[in-house]
Ligand binder design. Sequence first.
Ligand code: G3I
Length: 305
Amino acid sequence: ASTLGESASAKGRYFGTAVAANHLGEAPYAATLNTEFNSVTPENEMKWDALEASRGSFTYGTADRIVSHAQSRGMKVRGHTLVWHSQLPGWVGSLGAGDLRTAMNNHITQVMRHYQGKIHSWDVVNEAFQDGSSGARRSSPFQDKLGNGFIEEAFRTARAADPAAKLCYNDYNTDGVNAKSNAVYAMVKDFKQRGVPIDCVGFQSHFNSQSPVPADYRQNLQRFADLGVDVQITELDIEGSGAAQASSYANVVQACLAVTRCTGITVWGVTDKYSWRASGTPLLFDGDYNKKPAYASTLAALGGG
Ligand code: G3I
């Protein structure tokens, strides 16, 4: 196969990218997206501030444009993200506990029902754990007012809203075995033991020289898979250039392919031009949509070429 999506598909995986609705009208952006990828994640358009900026009033238009673009071309869609401390409208943070619980469950239910049947996996809860050695939860309106049980409640609400969608917990700096991934691992293990609905864990995989692809990346993905959940690489980007970047991308693809339950890879953007890393070059296509060495190594690692 000659594209990322087709090559991944031949291995039983999807190969996706984050997409921003405001770039879909740029011809080379759309052409690269349509040719190479078979799954999309809206980069910002499904976040709480985009969908429910004021309480109870839902605005789906921009996210819907991405979903229809994907659906009309046979691409899958990942939903990102229902409950997150960031890009949260101010009104959510000023609610008391009872109202906050109602608002969280209503947001999950409304959004998942709107997209029912169109989203293969949802990031139900994003980035709920702290960095560092504590393994503790991160402070957020949900954590601070609802306590540890908010994650479990969000997943139960999500299952009821759309029983067919895969429900994921998603985080960063959990890509290797470390205190933070150990804390997520313990939560997933507990959920599986108690029958709390969870189907997948997303590993964002934002790598740079300070935080390179961990040597135990595959081992970490495998230990989560062994708990009985799928694993997905959800926001992959790797700072750098040339052969070093190419080799890191190949390592990530090989790790996913080595884990049967690693169901797909999403890179966090089509082109370096629009990466969230403002001056960085962490993606597979350069600012002029030329294929980088990392593209070739990724395609080869997927068995394409
Ligand atoms: O929409 C406004 C626009 O109206 C305004 O003119 C412009 C001026 O700055 O800002 C626009 O909003 C920006 C938004 O992206 C859309 O472009 C925000 O300022 C900016 O903060 C926001 O950044 C996003 C970031 O999440 C916010 O947390 C990035 O695009 C997005 O790539 C990034 O994605 C996150 C994942 O969701 C979770 N994991 C980490 C990942 C990288 O940070």
